[in-house]
Design a protein around this ligand. Structure first.
Ligand SMILES: *Cc1c(COP(=O)(O)O)cnc(C)c1O
Length: 406
């Protein structure tokens, strides 16, 4: 592979490992990750003290939660956000010290695990709150910190507006719970024109009014995701929750300090054949090459998140030029029509990312697959090995193979 190898992690040596893996991988550009955090901070500008939470749920949107969390901790992010208890536990076990908020529904039955891994739960309904009251009643030591989520218009999780006074009363009366945060979530912050955004902000402001002075000082207030953080200054409060933007995708293209995609997906040509005009390729035989063609096989398929629905639509980069997919994307492999490119066996192909002057973005793939870029990133991170790269050097390779296996 082009990158030089550093033997910084002898127990997980990329040199030995790469030889054992199929030649297909995700590159995670650590400099882009750090750049994006800085660029976002710069764009927020007069942030007046709002802190940054990096949302690292779903294995950091496919980039690897542990690797990404470590880098962002070193880069000075203030909080991490995950969807699940077990996601938080994995990051904590890896030695990350930052406060971690579990954004999904809290399971009081697992209170001992929240404590063991020092995770903060989000409480999203009166029923859940009652359970937390019950479960913490007998607890000794420090009060259990919770963040209370209010539904201001997303219609998913959160205490209803009318229930907020009752929720606050329950927390006030309970000696073992501490209101450490109050949050809400936008439904369409990436649509700058939507009147719902202002409505949600007004509602949240109304909820904040219900807090006493002391509660307001003791609680972290937050409601902004990437799009709102960047485009709705009134929604920033004490903390912004950055997902997509950290990974280098602008939820709303509106200029400013650029963000750089952190993920790219690369593979090598493992088979190359010349076929006569009229040859059917891949499953179903729906695709028949119209001329003498060079068909390349790359070992990435829909089981790697390269969606079957990209069939007949997406392009890849070979030798700096765009080439079309030939026939259906299969579970583990995809065929490319590389006729007239001069491509050879072993050439590096880019399915997502940059090669020369060309770039294939997650937005482009999402468009072809009829989905959103968030889903493209999460899925591509599912099975492919991941290389953490800085300045052309692979710092770490994470795969299902360890050095011992190789
Ligand atoms: C996923 C998530 C985010 C991050 O959203 P982006 O649009 O990726 O920035 C923020 N807050 C909550 C509650 C989330 O679930």
């Amino acid at each position: 592979m082009v990158a030089t190898m550093r033997r910084a992690h002898p127990s997980n040596d990329p040199v030995d490992l790469e030889a054992a893996l199929r030649p297909a991988w995700v590159d995670v550009d650590l400099e882009a990750l750090e750049h994006n955090l800085g660029a976002i901070r710069q764009r927020l500008g007069d942030l007046s003290g709002a802190k940054c939470m990096a949302v690292v749920k779903a294995d950091a949107y496919g980039h690897g939660a542990v690797g990404v969390s470590r880098v962002l901790e070193a880069a000075g992010v203030d909080w991490l956000g995950v969807a699940l208890l077990e996601e938080g536990a994995e990051i904590r076990r890896a030695g990350v010290q930052l406060p971690i908020l579990v954004l999904g529904t809290a399971r009081p039955a697992k209170i001992s695990l929240y404590r063991r891994y020092r995770l903060t739960p989000t409480v999203s309904s009166l029923t859940e709150l009652a359970l937390w009251c019950e479960w913490t009643a007998g607890c000794r030591g420090a009060r259990q910190a919770i963040h209370l989520k209010v539904d201001t218009g997303m219609g998913r999780l959160g205490v209803q507006l009318a229930e907020v006074p009752a929720a606050l009363e329950m927390i006030r009366r309970h000696p073992h719970l501490q209101l450490a945060g109050l949050l809400s979530h936008f439904a369409e912050a990436d649509d700058l024109e939507s009147p719902r955004n202002a409505l949600q902000e007004q509602r949240f402001a109304g909820v904040v009014e219900l807090l006493t002075e002391a509660e307001r000082r003791g609680a972290v207030l937050h409601m902004a995701n990437s799009a709102a953080a960047l485009h709705r200054p009134g929604s920033r409060y004490d903390l912004v929750r950055l997902g997509l933007a950290i990974y280098g995708l602008d939820p709303v293209e509106a200029g400013g300090e650029p963000l750089f995609p952190v993920m790219s997906v690369r593979a090598r040509i493992v088979q190359l054949r010349e076929v006569p005009a009229g040859t059917p390729v891949s499953y179903g035989g729906r695709t028949v090459v119209p001329r003498r063609s060079h068909i390349a096989v790359v070992p990435v398929g829909y089981a790697d998140g390269y969606a079957w629905r990209l069939t007949g639509k997406a392009e890849a980069l070979v030798r700096g030029v765009r080439v079309p997919i030939a026939g259906s994307v299969t579970m583990d492999m995809t065929l490319l029509d590389v006729t007239d490119t001069g491509a050879e066996l072993g050439d590096e192909v880019v399915l997502l990312g940059r090669q020369g002057a060309e770039e294939i973005t997650a937005v482009e793939l999402a468009h072809h697959a009829g989905t959103i870029s968030w889903e493209i990133l999460c899925h591509l991170g599912l099975r492919l090995p991941r290389r953490y790269v800085r300045a052309g050097t692979v710092e770490e390779l994470v795969s299902r193979f360890s050095r011992e296996d190789a």
